[in-house]
Design a protein around this ligand. Structure first.
Ligand SMILES: Nc1ncnc2c1ncn2[C@@H]1O[C@H](COP(=O)(O)OP(=O)(O)O)[C@@H](O)[C@H]1O
Ligand SMILES: [Mg+2]
Length: 346
């Protein structure tokens, strides 16, 4: 009987390529804890995000590659993920926060908050540690759309504890002001509030912190870019021409504050507003197109009820669209980080 060696297992796994990173899983350092006991082989594939859209595919390919090695009788592939930080050491965002993603748009009412809560929910469902920071201090909608009420409490160290729902940690000015009370702050107050949301909130470990932005290209956008290094921005648009003009402005602003555009989402796509504009704009500006969310009552109902449609109706097509976009986004972030992955020589 042929003895199975670690070298034979690793050699077989070199045939398994990550389709986004264009390298094999051994060179990428994804293969961990190889254990061999006679004809039984077990190992872990540690990916760069639990939201990896091709994780099952990679697992199956790894399984098949090792199963074909001479002498191997059983194969056990464990999948895990370790999200890498794009922010650099000692980032101003806070120690445990690995990625900060602004969800933005040129104008209001296009579905930023809706996309932010649903993407957060979709990422959290994969097992990622997710936070949601409501930077729309003048119109904070995160509490309602997440179904959260209450006052944040102080942690033992004096920091503010975020409020949690659906496995997502959140903070919002909405938790601190009376319902219906207007927030009327000048720029410096807003800046200070955003700063506190990063520094004085006990976020703990966060793989993806989504920041729900107010509409437009104003104080909050400038403050955010000054306060923390951003992984990048997701720009939400509606399909029609007026909305797209605003998108161009939003992309221009991202460029000015040196924030990467991670992609465009076309929301409320369908008969009423048309479709396809978001993709055209993405192509024209050379930024990734993340996908389309149709105009659908269940999306609004989920928002009003405080249970994002991704969770309220997980089998629906629109929930699937949000999951696909979340996967694309996570993959885009991992790919941007790829050049810093150690390349192992084994
Ligand atoms: N795809 C969609 N289908 C139906 N209604 C939607 C959709 N996206 C957003 N909405 C609704 O449109 C309104 C505005 O969305 P919102 O996320 O608050 O936009 P923004 O944060 O950009 O101002 C909300 O009532 C929301 O429920
Ligand atoms: Mg909003």
């Amino acid at each position: 009987m042929t003895e199975v060696t670690e070298r034979a297992v690793l050699d077989a796994l070199r045939a398994v390529m990550d389709p986004d990173l264009h390298r094999d899983v051994v060179a990428l350092g994804f293969v961990k804890d190889v254990k061999i006991c006679g004809g039984a082989v077990g190992f872990t594939l540690e990916l760069t995000t639990p939201a990896c859209p091709v994780k099952e595919q990679l697992q199956q390919q790894a399984y098949a590659a090792v199963a074909a090695v001479e002498g191997v009788e059983t194969v056990n592939v464990k999948l895990t993920a370790q999200v890498k930080s794009t922010l650099g050491p000692a980032s101003a965002a806070g120690e445990g926060i690995k990625n900060v993603i602004a969800v933005t748009s040129g104008k209001g009412g296009v579905g930023k908050t809706t996309c932010a809560v649903n993407l957060a929910a979709a990422l959290a469902q994969t097992g990622a540690k997710v936070g949601l920071l409501d930077a729309d201090v003048y119109g904070p909608n995160v509490p309602v759309m997440m179904g959260i009420k209450g006052n944040p409490q102080a942690a033992p160290g004096g920091k503010i504890l975020p409020l949690e729902a659906h496995g997502i940690k959140t903070i919002s000015v909405g938790y601190m002001v009376e319902d219906g009370q207007p927030v009327m702050w000048r720029g410096p107050m807003l800046h200070r509030a955003l700063e506190q949301f990063f520094k004085d909130v006990e976020w703990g470990e966060i793989d993806y912190l989504l920041v729900d932005m107010p509409p437009g290209t104003g104080d909050a956008q400038i403050s955010l870019a000054q306060l923390v290094p951003l992984t990048g921005a997701v720009v939400v648009t509606m399909p029609q021409e007026v909305s797209l003009t605003d998108v161009r402005r939003a992309i221009g602003m991202c460029k000015q504050v040196k924030c990467d555009v991670l992609g465009i989402i076309e929301n409320m796509s369908g008969d009423i507003f048309g479709q396809g504009g978001g993709e055209k704009t993405a192509t024209a500006y050379g930024v990734p197109y993340l996908g389309t969310i149709p105009l659908q009552p269940s999306v609004r109902q989920g928002g009003d009820a405080g249970t994002p449609v991704v969770l309220a109706d997980p089998d629906s097509e629109v929930a699937q669209s949000f999951r696909t976009i979340a996967g694309q986004l996570a993959a885009t972030i991992s790919t941007r980080k790829a050049f810093e992955l150690p390349i192992l020589q084994v």
